[in-house]
Design a protein around this ligand. Structure first.
Ligand SMILES: NC(=O)C1=CN([C@@H]2O[C@H](COP(=O)(O)OP(=O)(O)OC[C@H]3O[C@@H](n4cnc5c(N)ncnc54)[C@H](O)[C@@H]3O)[C@@H](O)[C@H]2O)[C@@H](O)CC1
Ligand SMILES: Nc1ncnc2c1ncn2[C@@H]1O[C@H](COP(=O)(O)OP(=O)(O)O)[C@@H](O)[C@H]1O
Length: 283
């Protein structure tokens, strides 16, 4: 079992260094374009939540090329989003998708996105594609999803993952060769190179539908805005993932003020959370 002392708790002081503040010579392309293929007929809201969160985290552009039927809902919420194919510098794939219902066309589009070799977040219905990635890839399962991903006779049960999430995050990172962000009351980030980070400060109010989709958007935006460094140093995925989880928890706390929240509230609280974090205040 992992030694608890090997885990580093991520904090505001560390996270500040992983927010890309636009410079005077930046434009939308230099800041980074996030490509997004998420959502489905069954879960269109997951795409809306992830895109909203990415825009609120700060990114040059979001290019949404998921199912046409979902694009309307995304555009209704965020007309800034571009829905034609084109150049991207990072991808967010899978939130609100069901791999059992993946069409041939969608399979091709997902494979093509992965094949580009850009930094990539694989969430929910794209977790099974982790073996196809090359380059910087982070998966964002919760306990049930990680148990399913490590399935087969040697895989853990959901209860085993829940009892020892850090250990299973490490094992998954080693077995899958990817950065693992394992969601839960404590979020564990493990990387094959041995980096192990936790985020323990999120309020329990975050345990509500759609907040995982919001986290995917936050992380996607951080990858897009750090695409240059990730090209030559994929190990930076771990601090970026921990920063995403910390921001997510801080935004939830800010939106909550001690009371209940909905997922969209968390996304909407992100800009003020980032501003406070950059100003070195409480975040
Ligand atoms: N507004 C939206 O569009 C939302 C979409 N979501 C998407 O929904 C998909 C499934 O995510 P989940 O986290 O639910 O996947 P899980 O693997 O946790 O659950 C899969 C299914 O198992 C059943 N189930 C599991 N645990 C259960 C329990 N304790 N009680 C009752 N039923 C249970 C539910 O039918 C659930 O849909 C993902 O693609 C995710 O991105 C969710 O994020 C919720 C919000
Ligand atoms: N008890 C809890 N305390 C704090 N955060 C939690 C708790 N339970 C879940 N979370 C966080 O809420 C989010 C839920 O994500 P996920 O399980 O993917 O939900 P969904 O699929 O509905 O979006 C994750 O970021 C997770 O870390």
């Amino acid at each position: 079992m992992a030694d608890a002392e090997e885990w580093i708790e991520w904090d505001v002081a560390r996270a500040r260094d992983w927010i890309a503040v636009p410079r005077s010579d930046d434009d939308k392309y230099s800041r980074g374009v996030l490509g997004v293929i998420t959502g489905s007929h069954d879960y269109p809201g997951a795409a809306v939540l992830g895109v909203e969160a990415a825009m609120r985290t700060g990114v040059g552009m979001v290019r949404y090329t998921g199912p046409r039927a979902v694009a309307g809902a995304v555009l209704a919420r965020r007309p800034e989003v571009v829905t034609i194919s084109g150049r991207v510098q990072a991808w967010l794939l899978g939130s609100g998708m069901n791999p059992a219902r993946r069409t041939l066309v969608l399979s091709g589009e997902l494979s093509q996105a992965i094949g580009e070799g850009h930094p990539i977040v694989l969430d929910a219905g794209a977790l099974d594609l982790v073996g196809e990635t090359h380059g910087a890839a982070v998966i964002t399962p919760h306990y049930r999803e990680l148990a399913a991903l490590l399935g087969g006779r040697k895989g853990p049960t959901v209860e085993e993952v829940a009892e020892n999430p850090g250990e299973w995050a490490i094992r998954a990172a080693e077995a899958l060769g990817a950065t693992v962000l394992l969601k839960g009351a404590v979020t564990h980030i493990a990387q094959p190179d041995g980096i192990r980070l936790t985020v323990s400060s999120s309020p329990g109010w975050l345990a509500t539908a759609g907040t995982g989709d919001v986290l995917g958007g936050v992380l996607g935006a951080l990858l897009a805005t750090h695409h240059e460094v990730l090209k030559y140093d994929p190990s930076k995925l771990a601090p970026l993932s921990a920063t995403a989880a910390l921001l997510h928890g801080l935004a939830a706390r800010r939106a909550s003020g001690g009371g209940p929240i909905a997922a969209l509230d968390v996304a909407q609280a992100i800009p003020a959370t980032i501003a406070a974090l950059l100003a070195r205040s409480e975040g």
